[in-house]
Write a protein that binds this ligand. Structure first.
Ligand SMILES: NC(=O)c1ccc[n+]([C@@H]2O[C@H](COP(=O)([O-])OP(=O)(O)OC[C@H]3O[C@@H](n4cnc5c(N)ncnc54)[C@H](OP(=O)(O)O)[C@@H]3O)[C@@H](O)[C@H]2O)c1
Length: 246
């Protein structure tokens, strides 16, 4: 049987690819033959990651940018098309979850920043990538959070942004179908910089059926599945990858 997860010749954009889940997802695609576009704010981190990928024989392109700012997204797509000439998969992974003050103390600037990275950016980037994904029959994967269905008091705006991204996933699946599939991975607690900042003892205390926090590598197979023809009848789906949190 041919390798069902062979991405040879495919161009995969991963935002927030330099750390955590994005990094694991990028290496997962590279290990299966894909060429990668590495995007995060820090140029040095993007270039370091590209060098690591090149060591595996992967053609990778660094494009540092802030995904929450729409004027930085068109240049990203233009750069990818000029360099690779096609786009097969977009993984909207970049996200921020800063602990926020009480609702009355929340500033407009922080509110807008959280919505910008977690919601506005993925919405716009998907729209810009769509015409190119349509050419290749590609797909979009949004990384959302179980915070969307179990909002914690310290992260109301983050939870709202992820909940809205779940809705955008379904709406754009309808808008972009039948050419391009749009799905979301609704992630539970994973051990990354985001969760380390949440609380020190997070790994042992996450209440889930598997009774532990996830490792970034454990999200990879779901991303590969959603990007592959094996999920051809899965569209507008919110796939929960959370160890069975209740
Ligand atoms: N870890 C969890 O427990 C968990 C749970 C549920 C959902 N998620 C979601 O999973 C995704 C990845 O989270 P993670 O835990 O892997 O986070 P992480 O370890 O903090 O990594 C975040 C990545 O996003 C990049 N980034 C942040 N802001 C950006 C911006 N404005 N523009 C472009 N890139 C940006 C960061 O690089 P730079 O700093 O260089 O920009 C970094 O590469 C996020 O959407 C998050 O909400 C995570």
């Amino acid at each position: 049987m041919a390798d069902i997860f062979d991405f040879t010749g495919k161009i995969v954009i991963v935002t927030g690819a330099t750390r955590g889940l994005g990094r694991a997802i990028a290496f997962g695609f590279a290990a299966r033959g894909a060429d990668l576009v590495i995007c995060s704010r820090k140029a040095e981190a993007c270039h370091e990651m590209v060098a690591e990928l090149a060591d595996m024989g992967c053609r990778a392109l660094a494009h540092p940018c802030h995904v929450g700012q729409w004027d930085q997204l068109e240049p990203l797509i233009d750069h990818v098309m000029a360099h690779f000439g096609r786009i097969d998969v977009l993984v909207n992974n970049a996200g921020i979850a800063p602990s926020t003050p009480s609702s009355i103390e929340m500033t407009e600037e922080l509110f807008d920043k959280i919505l910008g990275v977690n919601l506005k950016g993925p919405f716009r980037l998907s729209a810009l990538a769509f015409p190119h994904l349509k050419e290749t029959g590609g797909s979009i994967i949004n990384i959302t959070s179980t915070g969307a269905i179990r909002p914690a008091p310290a992260y109301p705006v983050y939870a709202a942004a992820k909940g809205a991204l779940n809705i955008i996933t379904k709406a754009q699946a309808m808008e972009f179908g039948p050419h391009v599939r749009v799905n979301a991975i609704m992630a539970g607690p994973f051990w990354t910089d985001i969760s380390k900042a949440w609380r020190e003892d997070y790994d042992q205390s996450a209440p889930s059926a598997v009774q532990r926090i996830g490792q970034p590598e454990e999200v990879v197979s779901t991303a590969l599945y959603l990007a592959s023809p094996m999920s051809s009848y899965t569209n507008g789906a919110i796939v929960q990858v959370d160890g069975g949190t209740i």
